[in-house]
Every structure is written in C-alpha cells, then in structure tokens.
Design a binder for this molecule. Structure first.
Ligand SMILES: Nc1nc2c(ncn2[C@@H]2O[C@H](COP(=O)(O)OP(=O)(O)OP(=O)(O)O)[C@@H](O)[C@H]2O)c(=O)[nH]1
Ligand SMILES: [Mg+2]
Length: 383
C-alpha cells in the first residue's frame, strides 16, 4: 500500500486525517490504484496528514458514507490525534459532511473541495481564476447552512440587509451577486475567445486539441511537438489554462504538401470531476468542442489506463463533444517491450487509430506526425 504520511505536520496546517473510501459504485477496478490517485491528489494539494484510514466497503451507512466499524475507527483516530481536518476521497452530500463534522469535531474536506483547492492553486490566467472562483461559489451555495455562511462571516459580512433578513438569505444574495459579476467577466473573455475562434476558423487552419486524463503527458506532448516550454510536472492538474501553438507538418516536404495546424493543450480529466468545475470550465472546454481532431493522450504505464479512457470518453460524452480522435498511448519507455507487444496484440482493438509514444525520447513522434500529415481535416488549408 502506498503511504505518503507526513513525518511532521507543518505548524500552519490543521492536523489532518485522510480517509480513502472505496465506494460500492466505484468502477476503477483497483483499490490500490484508487488509493494512489487519492493520495496523489492530497499530495498535490500540499496537505500533510497525521493518520490515514482506508475503507473498502460494500455497505455504507448513508448518513456518514462509512461503515459502522470505520466510523468508530475514525472517531477514535480523530480524538487520539486531536484532528482538525478530515479529507475524504469521495464526494459527500452536505448532510454527510455535517454529520461527520459533528461526530469527529473536525472540518471535513471531500473530493470536490480537494480538487477545487488544487484548481485554485493552478489557475494563472484571469479566465482560469474566474472559472475556479465561480465553481467555489457554486459549491458554497450547496452548503448554505454550514461552510457558505462561515465563508461570509470570514469575509467580514454580517447580519441582514433589512429587518428580518436572515444570514442565510444574505449569504444567498451575496453569492448570487458574486456569480453575476464573475459571469459578466467570463462573458467578456468568452466573447474575445469566440472572436478569435471565428477568425481562426475563417483561415481554415485545422485545430487539434490534446486531451486526456490528468498527468497523462499532454503538456509534454505539446512541448515535444512544438518545441515549447509549457509547465509539465508529475502533479495532477498542472495545466488549467489552454495554450495554443502553431505546428507545421511535413516540414521536409515540398511547400505544396506542408500543412499548418494549431494545437492546444487542455485541462486534464479525472474520475468524478466536480460538476461545478465542468460547468465553470465550459468556455475552456469549448476549445475542445470546436477542434477538428482530438489527440487523446493515455499514460499506458498507469494500471488504470483503460479506466482513464472510459472516464475521458464519458466526460466528452457529457460535454456533448463529438470530434474524431486519435489514441496516443504515452510513457512506453516505462513498459517492457514484451509487455508492450502483448498489449498491442490483445488490447488495442477498440482504440483505433492509435500510436504509441514516449515524449521523453521522441519514440513514435514521427509516426504521430505522419498520421497528422495524412489526416484529412474538414475544409483544410494546405500551404
Ligand atoms: N517516463 C515518462 N514520463 C513522462 C512521459 N510523458 C510525460 N511524462 C511525465 O509525466 C508527468 C506528467 O506530464 P505532463 O505533461 O505534465 O502531463 P499532463 O497530462 O499535461 O498533466 P496535467 O496538466 O497535470 O493534467 C511529468 O512528470 C512528465 O515528465 C513519457 O513519455 N515517459
Ligand atoms: Mg498539463
């Protein structure tokens, strides 16, 4: 079992217990990998913890999302460590969150808040920041009697506007106002993006979007193909903002056969991406919807790669994205060649067309470039 327990807790960090619950509906198929991904999220969020609890269960008590035994273990652990924060691997309802908070006397952070926190740190552009802020407000709106009100109080906003206006009403009004302002900002940015998109479409230059599960190697691929220097690191959600670069295919061929395309890096997907985030990132994800071709990057070295493909395809389906796709199996340098041959022979039938690559060594890159060079984009423009 992977453990990344902190040896010491930072002074300014609340004492934290992490709880990994493998819920009955979880379809990832591997408890170990699910745990690993959760701990990796915790790590990316820079959360250190004093204890961890793992719970693989078929029958949870709905009110707390844990089994009776694990709930008792958690209460005992929380009391032993004077825990101030409990991070849970799954999404909780406001009621489940409140029940656990009351029983453990610690603040509960569920999967949604954990991912929101990571997105908050990764957002660099104004569009990214507004989108995350909107997602946060949408989340707080579902916690009107708990964290939503606390947020208001921490912001120094107290009392009602007139007689009889409760804190809850004031909070609701405040959030509605904040969403309205954020939406106006987003609309302006979105209009600019839309105008740029129309201009781009008019030039008939094909647009390729690199998509895939988080940490699959999307940014590394863009860097490799376009000799760029976008941040690529072993962290989940290193990329939040779309970056677009020009790419010339068939550089060595005669001018008539050269092809110019635009290629974009995008935000990664993950199992149970908070719906608020999908909603708020609509304008960023529009880049994907308006592209002519998707390069779906998959970390073939991750034992859950097939599950990751399912998650990405389901997310695209939910977003109503219907764009042709090339499967790009990445990180083959980490796979023994015998195993790779076996995977190629037995498992790739459903994933066509595909290429196997390694962005570290340029393996397979030429094959991918040739595929793109030959690809017939709709209304494409050739130089
Ligand atoms: N061994 C190996 N590592 C790779 C390869 N491609 C990417 N990586 C590593 O995988 C990690 C994630 O790469 P990124 O390019 O940041 O992945 P991403 O899909 O853009 O990730 P997010 O933006 O966080 O969703 C980095 O540490 C890369 O160095 C590869 O072909 N082989
Ligand atoms: Mg990236």
């Amino acid at each position: 079992m992977a453990t990344r327990k902190a040896e010491s807790t930072k002074i300014d960090q609340p004492k934290t217990i992490v709880v990994c619950v493998y819920a009955p509906y979880n379809t990832s198929g591997s408890f170990e990998s699910y745990q690993d991904e959760f701990l990796s999220l915790v790590d990316t969020a820079n959360i250190e913890y004093v204890a961890q609890l793992f719970c693989k269960t078929r029958s949870i008590i709905k009110a707390v999302f844990l089994t009776k035994g694990k709930l008792e273990d958690l209460i005992e652990l929380a009391s032993k460590h004077n825990a101030e924060r409990i991070v849970i691997s799954e999404r909780l309802t406001p009621l489940q969150e409140r029940n656990i908070e009351e029983m453990t006397h610690a603040v509960v952070v569920d999967r949604e808040q954990l991912i929101l926190g990571i997105f908050k740190k990764s957002a660099h552009t104004s569009e990214g920041k507004i989108q995350v802020a909107m997602a946060e407000i949408e989340f707080l709106k579902t916690r009107m009697s708990g964290k939503g009100i606390e947020y208001m109080q921490q912001s120094g906003l107290r009392g009602g506007k007139g007689p009889g206006e409760t804190m809850k009403e004031k909070t609701r009004r405040y959030f509605a106002h904040q969403i309205h302002i954020a939406q106006r900002h987003l609309d302006i940015l979105q209009n600019t993006r839309e105008m740029q998109r129309k201009k781009r479409l008019a030039t008939k230059i094909p647009l390729i979007a690199i998509i895939g599960y988080t940490n699959a190697g999307k940014s590394s691929l863009l860097n490799r193909m376009t000799k760029s220097d976008i941040l690529a690191e072993n962290k989940l959600f290193a990329t939040l903002d779309t970056t677009t670069r020009e790419l010339y295919l068939g550089e060595n061929k005669s001018i008539g056969e050269r092809k110019k395309v635009l290629i974009s890096d995008t935000v990664g997907f993950i199992s149970q991406l908070p719906p608020q985030l999908i909603k708020s990132f609509q304008s960023t994800l529009d880049e994907v919807r308006h592209s002519h071709l998707l390069l779906h990057v998959i970390d073939l070295n991750n034992p859950l790669w097939e599950h990751h493909i399912r998650v990405v395809k389901k997310t695209l389906h939910d977003l109503k994205v219907k764009v042709p796709m090339i499967y790009v199996f990445n990180k083959i340098d980490l796979i023994a060649s015998v195993r790779l041959d076996l995977i190629r022979a037995t498992m790739f039938e459903d994933f066509q067309p595909y290429v196997c690559i390694n962005t570290k060594e340029k393996d397979g890159l030429q094959e991918l470039m040739s595929l793109l060079q030959e690809y017939q984009f709709k209304d494409e423009y050739r130089m």
